[in-house]
Structures are given as structure tokens and as C-alpha cells.
Design a protein around this ligand. Structure first.
Ligand SMILES: Cc1cc2nc3c(=O)[nH]c(=O)nc-3n(C[C@H](O)[C@H](O)[C@H](O)COP(=O)(O)OP(=O)(O)OC[C@H]3O[C@@H](n4cnc5c(N)ncnc54)[C@H](O)[C@@H]3O)c2cc1C
Length: 338
């Protein structure tokens, strides 16, 4: 049999190896924010992301708005949504009900998280019948799916053609929020993998070394699942400081100084994108499978970052489906306003 032409095999390999591109969104905080979010989603859709993930408030605070956004993404776009799900403070029965609701609506991808206990409630106690860790949530998701498949051959067929996928969180510098070290979080990541997680997405970080060290330590410990770096476009110093306060991940002062020393907004944006592009290039050169961009529900910085890193977007789109809203669906998305 003749060997395949070299150019074709190179093309195929390039397509297979192309890094994944994905975005994190949060549900609109109020109905007025929805139109702007949908304009953002439409713009981000042009990058043909492999998936978009939708955050979920700890203790189920955004249960309805997260569900609403995920449902609309499924019904009205060709994007592949991943529903974040937290379990802290909730009973096993309540989490099971939420999972069933998502599955009934056709959701096939979850990011299973423990979530953080409320910081402003010193007397807060875990739910006596709750789950304690994300790995327990991963196991519960697998259990629920198995039970649904056992009970229905139709469901089994559906699950075969659209398998459940479960992502989990990973922490390049340990999790300051829980006080755990990187070694403890690598052990937790291994437990998540053993419970049935398919891949991990990292918390934000600002130096390639911490991501690459996490991956090396995880591989050493037996973690084999892909670990996708979570990247924040570093264009807005005020936002970076808010992220630092929220996550405990220190933003390098030289970066903040560089951004702060520029008066012109457009130039500051360019400086910030340059720094993020360097970070993305460094982690991709180090073997990262793709990038997950924390968008903060805006698209300019996310798309400029992808363009700078020559990542046009990954997911192949079926010929009859547009990357954004599905052809033939009622027009859900107003024209972008920014
Ligand atoms: C990509 C990403 C997305 C996120 N999205 C959200 C979101 O939508 N909503 C939200 O509220 N929060 C979100 N978070 C924050 C997350 O919920 C918190 O960081 C939380 O503190 C840890 O969650 P986890 O799923 O990693 O928990 P776990 O892995 O369960 O870890 C929690 C604590 O338990 C310890 N632990 C875990 N397993 C074991 C074990 N087997 N043995 C011993 N100790 C163990 C860990 O070391 C850690 O201290 C996100 C974080 C990331 C990185």
C-alpha cells in the first residue's frame, strides 16, 4: 500500500495536535446583563472553542441562572457547554437532584468542584449528609450516570454516542483558599482521576514554571489525565488585584508596575496581551494540551490573546452548524455592542 503523501499526513497531524481553546463564562448577574453576555458569546463563538464552561455559585447560589445559561447554550448555539457544579454545603440528595436536572436537559459535561464554604459565616458547618470533596462529586456523577443507563436501554445508547465527560480543578501553586499545598492538591487530583475525572483545568497562574511543575509532579504521582492551563488575559490591573484577593494567587508586581506605568488604555491592553501571549506560548511549548481563557464575560482581551498566540480556535464545526447560534433557531443573539 503506498504511503500517504507527506503533506497530507502533516496536515492531519496539525489538525489533531492543534491546542484546544475554551472559555469560562459566568451566568448574568441580572436580566439586564444578559444581552451583553450573549453578544460576548457570539463574538467568542467565532473562535470556534472546543467548549465553554459556565460557573456555579458555591452552595448552589446560581443554580437557576447557571442552568438557564447552559440550557440556552445547548438549545440555541452549537457551542459545547460544561456546567460547573459545586457540592459544598449541600446534601447528597440535593446534588443528585441538580445533576438529574442537568442530565435531563441534555448536559453531558460537568466541571466537578467542591466549592468554598461561605467566608462571611464563621458558624458555617458542612451539611451532615453532604459530600466532602470534589472527588466524591465525580464518583456521584459516575454513579448517577450508571444508574440511568442501567434503567434504560435508550439512555445507554444516548450515553454511548454522547458520553458523560467530567472535568475537575487543579492548582499550580496549591490552593490558598483551602490552605493546601501543591503536593496535597496533586494527591486530591489523583483521587479525582481515580473517581472518574477525564481532565483538569487549572486555577489562574502567572508564571509558566508553576504550571509545568504541577504537571511534572502530577505525572510523577500517577495522574495521566490532561491538565489544561487556565489563563487570564492580564490587561486590567484592577481586575488582577481582585483575582489575587479572591484566589490568593499573587500577581507579579513587575507586571502590575508595567501595566500601571502606561497611561494610554490601548497601549496598556497591548502590554497586557503581550504578557499573556508569552505565558500561553511558554505553557504550550512545555506540552500544555490547550488553553482555557477566563473571560470575565468580555471577549476583546480573550480573542486578542488567542490571536497573539496564533490560536484561532479548535473545535471543528459540522458544516451545517454555525459556530455561534444554530442556523434556523430563533435569533437569540443581538448584534455585538462592543
Ligand atoms: C477551573 C476552576 C473552576 C472553578 N469554578 C468554580 C465555580 O464555578 N464555583 C465555585 O464556587 N468555585 C469554583 N472554583 C473554586 C473551587 O471551588 C475552590 O477552589 C475550592 O476551594 C476547591 O475546589 P476543588 O474542587 O478543587 O476541591 P477539592 O479537590 O475537593 O479540594 C478541597 C480541599 O480538600 C482537600 N482534599 C481533596 N481531596 C482530598 C483527599 N482525597 N484527601 C485529602 N484531602 C483532600 C484538598 O487538598 C483541598 O484542601 C473553581 C476553581 C477552579 C480551579
Amino acid at each position: 500500500m503506498p504511503a500517504p503523501a507527506p503533506t497530507r499526513s502533516r496536515d492531519v497531524r496539525a489538525a489533531v495536535d492543534r491546542p484546544t481553546v475554551s472559555f469560562e463564562l459566568f451566568p448574568p448577574r441580572n436580566p439586564d446583563a444578559a444581552p451583553k453576555l450573549w453578544a460576548t458569546i457570539q463574538a467568542l463563538g467565532e473562535a470556534r472553542p472546543d467548549f465553554v464552561s459556565v460557573t456555579y455559585g458555591a452552595s448552589g447560589k446560581t443554580r437557576d441562572t447557571t442552568r438557564g445559561l447552559v440550557r440556552r447554550l445547548l438549545r440555541e448555539t452549537s457551542l459545547n457547554p460544561i456546567a460547573h457544579l459545586t457540592c459544598v454545603g449541600t446534601s447528597r440528595a440535593e446534588v443528585t437532584a441538580v445533576v438529574e436536572e442537568f442530565l435531563d436537559e441534555g448536559v453531558r459535561s460537568f466541571l466537578a468542584l467542591r466549592g468554598d464554604p461561605p467566608a462571611d459565616q464563621p458558624d458555617w458547618r458542612p451539611h451532615p449528609e453532604g459530600l466532602e470533596t470534589a472527588s466524591e462529586l465525580v464518583a456521584l456523577l459516575r454513579e448517577i450516570e450508571e444508574r440511568r443507563c442501567r434503567g434504560s436501554l435508550a439512555q445507554k445508547v444516548r450515553a454511548t454516542v454522547r458520553p458523560l465527560s467530567i472535568a475537575v480543578a487543579a492548582f499550580p501553586r496549591g490552593n490558598a483558599g483551602t490552605g493546601s499545598t501543591r503536593a496535597q492538591d496533586v494527591a486530591a487530583l489523583l483521587a479525582k482521576q481515580e473517581a472518574g475525572a477525564d481532565f483538569a483545568i487549572t486555577q489562574v497562574f502567572f508564571d509558566a514554571g508553576s504550571y509545568l511543575e504541577l504537571v511534572a509532579e502530577a505525572r510523577e504521582a500517577g495522574v495521566t489525565i490532561p491538565i489544561i492551563p487556565g489563563i487570564i488575559p492580564t490587561t486590567d490591573p484592577a481586575r488582577l488585584l481582585r483575582v489575587e484577593a479572591l484566589t490568593g494567587v499573587t500577581v507579579p508586581r513587575p507586571l502590575l508596575d508595567r501595566l500601571g506605568s502606561v497611561d494610554d488604555d490601548a497601549e496598556r491592553h497591548r502590554v497586557g496581551i503581550r504578557a499573556s501571549v508569552d505565558l500561553v506560548n511558554a505553557v504550550l511549548d512545555g506540552g500544555a494540551p490547550g488553553v482555557h481563557v477566563y473571560t470575565f464575560n468580555t471577549h476583546h482581551a480573550a480573542l486578542d490573546l488567542l490571536e497573539g498566540a496564533h490560536l484561532g480556535g479548535g473545535a471543528p464545526t459540522a458544516p451545517d452548524r454555525a459556530p455561534g447560534p444554530q442556523a434556523g433557531s430563533p435569533s437569540p443573539v443581538p448584534a455585538p455592542t462592543n
